[in-house]
Write a protein that binds this ligand. Structure first.
Ligand SMILES: C[S@@+](CC[C@H](N)C(=O)[O-])C[C@H]1O[C@@H](n2cnc3c(N)ncnc32)[C@H](O)[C@@H]1O
Length: 287
């Protein structure tokens, strides 16, 4: 029997390229994504304990959340810097800020491991669904501590386990029948890298943060539309999974797509796809 195909291994450049290629799809599906992820935004924003006038750095901002909601919360006397490894993502974040009438934002292309900002510059660092993709996490945590003023806070959210998030299982499991995907190194960038809240808390403490709190939250992750559309959107934006899907030979890919759509339909009420989701939040203080 012929060996099953495997996706190409990750390199820092291939990861950057995957996000860059996915950027137009993050723009295309922005309204659906904003609706789906609003509870996650609320959790990051509450964890950041924002007040008018604060200066906030958002890491891995993608097409804008949570930086846009943070910019509304800190008001016209506050400032928010949205940053991302990929400038194409930030171009769309900037368009979204303009359409919401936000004038207190800046946009900087930046790798979280090497932040182009001075020491003790920000009151808060936020990040929604980005922290798990940063290769050298101790280095990035050191950068967050460096750019925060004493007493400044971080507020992050990331994903719980695959089993806790049927969104991923329904999208990916049908494809895994046809490809060999090596088990990820637990410390390499991947979606579920910080699915254990204690691991994220331990990483913050090890970096020197204080008053570390981490928790799991069960939230709704509703896609406003049909199973077919949820499949299309999910498969187009899911940058880390695209190469698994692409490695499946064409004849088997059609079968896997059919199975993924049927899996998604199990969560449909005819109007929306009501995925339950579990996310991990963490907050901590720089001293
Ligand atoms: C899942 S998206 C999250 C985007 C947005 N925060 C949201 O929740 O919709 C992950 C983002 O992380 C960015 N990213 C990946 N590695 C990064 C790094 N080392 N430094 C900064 N951003 C990075 C990607 O370009 C992508 O925009």
């Amino acid at each position: 029997m012929a060996p099953r195909p495997s996706p190409t291994p990750d390199t820092p450049e291939s990861i950057r390229q995957e996000w860059q290629d996915a950027a137009p799809f993050w723009k295309k599906w922005y309204p659906q994504l904003a609706h789906q992820s609003r509870h996650a935004t609320r959790i990051v924003v509450e964890g950041a304990a924002l007040s008018p006038g604060l200066h906030v750095l958002d890491i891995a901002s993608g097409t804008g959340e949570p930086s846009l909601t943070v910019a509304e919360a800190v008001g016209p006397h506050g400032r928010v810097v949205a940053s991302d490894l990929v400038s194409e993502m930030l171009k769309f974040a900037e368009e979204n800020a303009a359409s919401r009438g936000l004038r207190n934002m800046e946009f900087h292309q930046a790798n979280a491991e090497r932040l182009p900002f001075p020491d003790r510059h920000f009151d808060r660092v936020t990040c929604r669904f980005g922290i798990m993709f940063i290769p050298d996490i101790p280095k990035a945590m050191g950068e967050f501590l460096r750019v925060l003023k004493p007493g400044g806070r971080v507020s992050f959210v990331t994903w719980g386990t695959r089993e806790e998030n049927p969104l991923f299982a329904t999208l990916i499991r049908p494809f895994l029948k046809y490809v060999d995907v090596p088990k990820p190194d637990p410390d390499a960038p991947h979606v579920f890298r910080f699915s254990d809240e204690n691991k994220l808390a331990g990483t913050l403490s090890a970096a020197g943060f204080q008053e570390v709190r981490a928790a799991k939250h069960k939230i709704n992750w509703p896609w406003p539309g049909s199973a077919e559309e949820a499949w299309q959107g999910g498969s187009e934006i899911a940058a880390p999974f695209k190469k698994i899907m692409a490695a499946v030979p064409p004849g088997q890919r059609e079968e896997a797509v059919r199975e993924a759509i049927e899996g998604i339909r199990q969560f449909s009420d005819g109007q929306s796809i009501n995925f339950p989701a579990t996310i991990v939040s963490a907050t901590a203080v720089a001293r």
